[in-house]
Each structure stands twice: as structure tokens, then as C-alpha cells.
Design a protein around this ligand. Structure first.
Ligand SMILES: [Zn+2]
Ligand SMILES: [Zn+2]
Length: 346
């Protein structure tokens, strides 16, 4: 992709596909080594994060970090983040993402040492303290937090509203492990929409939560095999990927249902994307409700849509029912965009 900026300079952008929620055998419930996870994900991912269970220890992550460093060495061109599932003071699992040049190992270790719920650091105030620690020590532009599976257990809206006041809290997960998706982000008008309606700029992401694959006797898909985050980067780098997540410059798919999604608002909603499989319909959601349903959807969609006024717009698309690859039954591939905001952030 190439675009001429207002200044006349040529700027390039690229789409990269990946997954930020992945376990290895450094976790008691993981199965493959980091090297094996990477080997089996390469066909699906341009980047991934190894996000092991960050459990109480003086020096959490030493072994995983060594494996990540070795995997980077062995796989030039693939971006492998080191992170961990933090036992957050508001239950339960979050991950904090940063780039390799920002003390990635120390960040994970310090979160476990200072703010581990299992060590008795519990509740909203302590969670906010943890986020302020990240803001103060790493900086809000250098680290971001993702709430993994916010449905397990269900995170109360009041807590999310309080946490969303921190610029470090950026993302909530929808798909996590198999076909499980959190109602907080999937359902129209649920917690995510409630936060967007309050002006908080929060994004959604999909992840595999890979532990052990179907072919090894379990029920997980490989990273990027079933769900994907497709991020738009200005440069193919850790920083480029991080910036796309921080600014919401990406969208999420099941089965790579669509590619190259662009949504922008200029008097109307300009939407373009390429279908990789048939999209039966998609919804335009704004201010917590479905504003329009678009169907049929041609293979190459590129239109200006008129929409009723709303403070933000986001899309949710649905493919055709299809048979599962490894287990019985059927499912529908989907896609979800991040919101475009019409009013200034509060
Ligand atoms: Zn988890
Ligand atoms: Zn997990």
C-alpha cells in the first residue's frame, strides 16, 4: 500500500497478522516448547506473543525469556513478544505488552513482584496502583494492557470504567481459546460499547490462548490458525506492531474472513475490504446499537455508507456457516473492526 501524504512524501504501510495470547511448555498447562510453537505458527503468523502464566516468583519469566530470545535468533523476520498473563488485582488475567528495547523482561518480573493478586494485592485501587506504576516507570506510550477473557470471571462494568481512566489500559479480548468469545466485547451494547459511549478509546482483539493443539489430543488451534489480529503498520518492526495495537489500527478475523479493512468517517462512513470467504452480512454499530445491516456483500467492498449520527462507529461481520476442521459441528467466521470516533476523546 502506498499513499501520498499532505506534505507530498510517500508513506508505505503494511498488514501483518498475529496473535498475542499463546502458551508454551514453560507453563504447567502448556505443551510445546517456544521453538515448536513458533515452528507451527509460522504459516499463520507474522508476529506472536508468548504470554505464559506470570506466577508468583522472585524472577518470573527467566526461562520463557531465554526461549523467546533463542526463537528470535532462529527466526529472523518473525516478531516474537515476551509477555505474561498477569494475575491482575481485579480478577483475572491481563497481559502487558511492550517492545524488546523497553525492558520487557523486567516489566513482567516487576508486575509479578509488586502487583500479584495471588499475593494478596486485590481490588480496584490496587489495580489502578499497578497501572500507575506502569505509566510512571515505563510510560503510557511504551506499554499497554490487554484484559484477556473479560468473561472469565465477568469483570464488573464499574471496574472497567475505573481502569479505562488509565491510558495504559487499551484493549479487551473477544475470542480467546477455541471459539469462546467474551460477551463483554462481542454483544452489541455490552461493556465495550458502554465504555466507548463514555468516550474511552479501547480496542478489541482476538487470540488463540493456545495451550495444546487438536492433533496433540486437545482442543486448541495454533496461533493464527483460527483467529487473527490484522494490524496495519508503518514499518515492519516491534514498534510498528505495538503502535498499531496502541492506536487501534487493526481489525480481527476468524479464518481471515476479510483482508485490508479500512473504515473512516468523512460525512459518511467509508468502508473497504476484500472478502477471502463469503461475507453474508455486516453490521454498523454505533452508540451501543446496530445502526445498519449491510447485505449482500460483494467480494470487493468499497462504499460510502450514510449512517445516522453517533459518537463512534464499528463493524461486526458474519460469514457463511461452515464445517469445523478438527471437531464436529459448524461455525461462522466473523470479523470485527475497532471503532472510529466522531467526537473528540473525553
Ligand atoms: Zn488466561
Ligand atoms: Zn492464557
Amino acid at each position: 500500500m502506498q499513499a501520498i501524504t499532505k506534505e507530498g512524501a510517500v508513506s508505505m504501510s503494511f498488514w501483518l497478522t498475529g496473535d498475542l495470547h499463546v502458551h508454551s511448555n514453560h507453563d504447567s498447562d502448556g505443551f510445546l516448547s517456544v521453538a515448536e510453537v513458533v515452528e507451527r505458527s509460522r504459516a499463520y503468523c507474522d508476529f506472536l506473543a508468548i504470554s505464559g502464566h506470570a506466577l508468583l516468583s522472585d524472577n518470573w519469566g527467566v526461562d520463557q525469556y531465554a526461549s523467546v530470545l533463542a526463537a528470535r535468533e532462529a527466526n529472523p523476520g518473525l516478531f516474537i513478544f515476551h509477555t505474561g498473563e498477569w494475575e491482575f488485582p481485579v480478577p483475572r488475567h491481563t497481559i502487558v505488552l511492550t517492545t524488546p528495547d523497553q525492558g520487557e523482561f523486567e516489566l513482567q518480573r516487576e508486575l509479578v513482584r509488586r502487583f500479584d493478586r495471588r499475593a494478596g494485592v486485590v481490588g480496584r485501587e490496587r489495580a489502578l496502583e499497578g497501572l500507575r506504576y506502569i505509566e510512571g516507570t515505563w510510560g503510557e506510550e511504551k506499554a499497554l494492557m490487554i484484559f484477556n477473557h473479560p468473561d472469565s470471571p465477568a469483570v464488573p462494568l464499574d471496574d472497567l470504567v475505573a481502569l479505562a481512566g488509565s491510558p495504559v489500559f487499551k484493549i479487551m479480548a473477544c475470542y480467546d481459546r477455541g471459539e469462546r468469545r467474551a460477551s463483554q466485547t462481542w454483544e452489541v451494547g455490552a461493556e465495550w460499547d458502554q465504555l466507548l459511549m463514555r468516550g474511552h478509546r479501547l480496542w478489541v482483539r482476538f487470540g488463540s490462548d493456545f495451550h495444546k493443539h487438536f492433533t496433540d489430543g486437545h482442543t486448541d488451534y495454533y496461533p493464527g490458525e483460527f483467529v487473527q489480529d490484522q494490524v496495519k503498520v508503518q514499518e515492519k518492526s516491534y514498534q510498528g506492531i505495538f503502535d498499531a495495537y496502541r492506536t487501534g489500527n487493526y481489525f480481527c478475523t476468524v479464518d481471515n474472513l476479510i483482508h485490508g479493512l479500512e473504515v473512516r468517517y468523512e460525512g459518511g462512513l467509508h468502508v473497504s475490504f476484500q472478502c477471502r470467504e463469503e461475507v453474508e452480512y455486516f453490521e454498523i454499530i454505533g452508540d451501543g446499537r446496530v445502526l445498519e445491516t449491510i447485505s449482500p456483500v460483494p467480494e470487493r467492498f468499497d462504499r460510502r455508507l450514510s449512517v445516522p449520527p453517533a459518537s463512534y462507529y464499528r463493524l461486526r461481520g458474519h460469514g457463511r456457516e461452515k464445517t469445523r476442521k478438527y471437531s464436529a459441528g459448524t461455525y461462522r467466521p466473523v470479523f470485527m473492526s475497532n471503532p472510529v470516533f466522531i467526537s473528540e476523546a473525553s
